[in-house]
Design a protein around this ligand. Structure first.
Ligand code: DAH
Length: 329
């Protein structure tokens, strides 16, 4: 094949190739290499120059040069055309369209209440601590002045693990652990899960959460107890919440009281917690001198607080994980 024929054949093959110019950048690159690469068609043409008689070299060289310029020009314009086409496609996206929303999790309402109650008590000097959920009879009942066969045991239907071990029925067990292990003065809140063997209904569940409070010092009085509960209720339920102390009975406090708040929606008093001055018998059980040390204690249900605050009327909602319920908080 003469050099002129070779030039023609490269031109024809190039024409055919760029007629269907690729859009994929990798294919564009391989097309570039095919013609302009080190081992491409043009390079091959240049290498045949060497074999030509000297007299033919200049014209043949000119032909190849002009072919090269021609192909390069066409290739570049096709390549830049293809780039701007791609860009055009991108611009078809409407950036102002709203995105596809995806659902985030949120903090469970019980955890929100717990966090809030904790921060209220922390602001007035209480530390948080925790205790066991599987408990012996002594810490759950006996040491809290609830001996065997005491009718108060019937107030809390108990899950027994063995004859002597129970799932704690309240967080009051941690009062005993705290005082057994630490010297007074003490000021703690104790959040935790508690268990009761009760029929499940809108108002009771086999497990729920409580927060216990315990303050022991030399000059603690019922007035301090009232002060702290009043402060708590106003911060948690709102400044204008009406509250009352109602005399009650718990074996581990003397005197004991229950606290109610006025529920405007229901139009009646709703109990929110139990409390009282630590019974001297309890101090005796943990080896605190009850002629020196005095204390108050209180216990409240976290589910109950959440239900009252947000007007929820079925405790089971907290455990069903229904997103329609949970995402309201
Ligand atoms: N433990 C009681 C209950 O679960 C609540 C309670 C009442 C706790 C009075 C206290 C208290 O610390 O002083 O029903």
């Amino acid at each position: 094949m003469s050099i002129l024929e070779s030039i023609k054949s490269v031109r024809n093959s190039f024409r055919a190739d760029i007629d269907s110019f690729p859009t994929d950048p990798r294919e564009i690159e391989s097309l570039r290499t095919k013609y302009f690469g080190r081992k491409g068609s043009l390079a091959k043409l240049y290498s045949t120059l060497a074999e030509l008689p000297v007299s033919e070299k200049p014209t043949a060289g000119q032909h190849i040069n002009s072919l090269k310029n021609e192909l390069q020009g066409e290739f570049d314009s096709k390549a830049s055309q293809s780039k701007s086409d791609e860009k055009g496609k991108e611009e078809l996206f409407d950036l102002s369209l709203p995105g596809i929303p995806f659902k985030c999790g949120s903090v469970h309402p019980l955890q929100q209440t717990l966090d809030e109650i904790k921060s209220i008590f922390k602001s007035v000097g209480f530390k948080a601590t925790y205790g066991p959920e599987i408990e012996d009879d002594y810490h759950n009942f006996e040491a809290l002045n609830i001996p065997k066969h005491h009718p108060a045991r019937d107030m809390q239907d108990t899950f027994f693990v063995t004859d002597n071990m129970v799932l704690r029925t309240h967080t009051s067990n941690v009062q005993i652990h705290l005082m057994e292990n630490r010297e007074p003065p003490l000021r703690y809140i104790v959040p935790g899960r508690v268990y009761r063997n009760e029929a499940v209904s809108y108002k009771s569940y086999c497990l729920f959460h409580q927060i216990e409070g315990l303050y022991v010092d030399k000059h603690v009085s019922m007035a301090d107890l009232k002060g702290i509960i009043d402060y708590f209720v106003k911060r948690f339920f709102g400044e204008n919440t009406k509250m009352r102390f109602r005399p009650s009975y718990f074996p581990f406090t003397e005197p004991s009281a229950e606290v109610d708040i006025w529920d405007k929606k229901r139009g009646k008093w709703m109990e929110i917690l139990g409390c009282g001055m630590v019974d001297p018998n309890v101090f005796d059980n943990v080896g605190y001198d009850s002629s020196v040390w005095h204390g108050y204690a209180f216990g409240m249900g976290i589910e109950r607080m959440t239900m009252l605050k947000y007007g929820i009327d079925d405790i089971r909602l907290f455990y069903q994980n229904d997103v329609r319920f949970l995402e309201q908080f």
